[in-house]
Ligand binder design. Sequence first.
Ligand SMILES: [Zn+2]
Ligand SMILES: [Zn+2]
Length: 538
Amino acid sequence: MRVEFLGGARTVTGSATLLEKGSLKWLVDCGMFQGGKEIEERNWKIQPYQAKDLSFILLTHAHIDHSGLIPKLVKEGFRGKVICTKATLDLCEVMLQDSGRIQEVEAEWQNRKGRRAGKGEAGPLYTAEDAEKSLRYFQPVSYNETVPLADGLKVRFQDAGHILGSAMIEIWVQEGGEEKKIVFSGDLGNSDQPIVRDPSIVEEGDVLWLESTYGNRLHKSKEETVQELLKIVQEAIAHRAKVVIPAFAVERTQDIIYTLGQSIRSGALPPIPVYIDSPLAISATEIFKKNSDCFDRETQEILSGGENPLDIPGIIYTRTTEESKAINEDSRPGVIVSASGMCDSGRIKHHLKHHLWREESHIVIIGYQAEGTVGRRIVDGAKTVRLFGEEIAVNAHIHTLGGFSAHADQKGLLDWVSHFRNPQLEIFVNHGEEKISVELNQLVSERFHFKTTVPQWREKRVLFTEAEKGMPEREVKEEPPTEEPLSVLLNRLDRTYKRLRRKLKREKKRGEDVDRPRWWRQLGEVHQKLEELEKEMD
Ligand SMILES: [Zn+2]
Ligand SMILES: [Zn+2]
């Protein structure tokens, strides 16, 4: 069978993989690229398939970088099924429509700019209505249920412990009379996260897609993280200041509500106003309450004790813009939780504009900040950031609390991989910034001796060639590689060559013998290959 890496390859966003078995084509995830103009162009590019030719989309979870292009696909003629858990469907209902509204606003803004520049108009990627229409193709499945999808193809969703409803996906395919198993880790949760369960363990598999968001980092423990947050809030209370927390509307916001609620109930914190200023987060919190069967044991116990872990004494939900603006008039110390989590859009920008320049304010970063976002610049120590066309000084206390992450850290990822028993397992490391994926790839390969690679965007692979041998040869059309991977490859080749020269020079200086026959031979072979290629081009 064939696969093509369409997103989340050497980058975090845009997760999507095309799988092809005979005439059957389907996607695992269909995410939106986020993090700056250049990468977001990819959302508009023509895909290597016709939307109407896809039979289904297997969706790991509701985050927009995994689900965000589904409405676009439906708009283009996709009529198959989107298979996901029920909680994912519930979350997609609000998140995709919200995303549609953002697309509409974005298009309107671009068009206004375009009109002023005398250019033509372009429509949005999709509208809120397109998003709503796409929901009718969703088909929820339960965790641990084996679902037959076609002849010789079945799938199972297991809890990935990342956000409510998140799943890792196991796919069994019949190839050349043999059954093979493909596993997608999805976004793998951090163990001991509030509310959701720990990630499930998988032991069997022939091919694995492994996420690597935090493949180079170790998170602090949950206990330490909670203590750190409490200290920040207490300090803010002492100085009658505010704590601003940019948070993803789904999961991070509810984790903060849960943590602050526990602390206020136990008396570790006095009752203070906690503003949840994000209409999407408010809807998401309602969906959490409806899907309590996905909660971990600790949270279930609080529920059965008659308390709602998602209701804090003193919590104030603000839906309208007027309510949101009124937060700035409240002079009491308190906490403001608002989206978007990467500080790029939404109401959080207003709160940052109001608080970043104030020395007494605290900004607490709890989630992943992609390259190119405002959040990333704040974390990286920018002295000023641009918000609403104005330079705002960064004078507030900036804190980064990795322990609230919804992603496993390096240790978590390696522990999870360690359960796989098949020594022939082949791993594709994805969903990470390039250098982080490469680092994790190296580690996994050294530690477990599995065959591992970090695929390029738009790279194609044939899986299970051994099993395919007995099958009639299919003609493989040689398609031109896309421009980006070639230029990236050439750059890498240049860099490797320069490093090699430097190393040889260094060794020679140290008086080492660099005239080794094996090196001669290998360099000779590389040289010959390059010359052959050059001739082919003439
Ligand atoms: Zn995610
Ligand atoms: Zn993701």
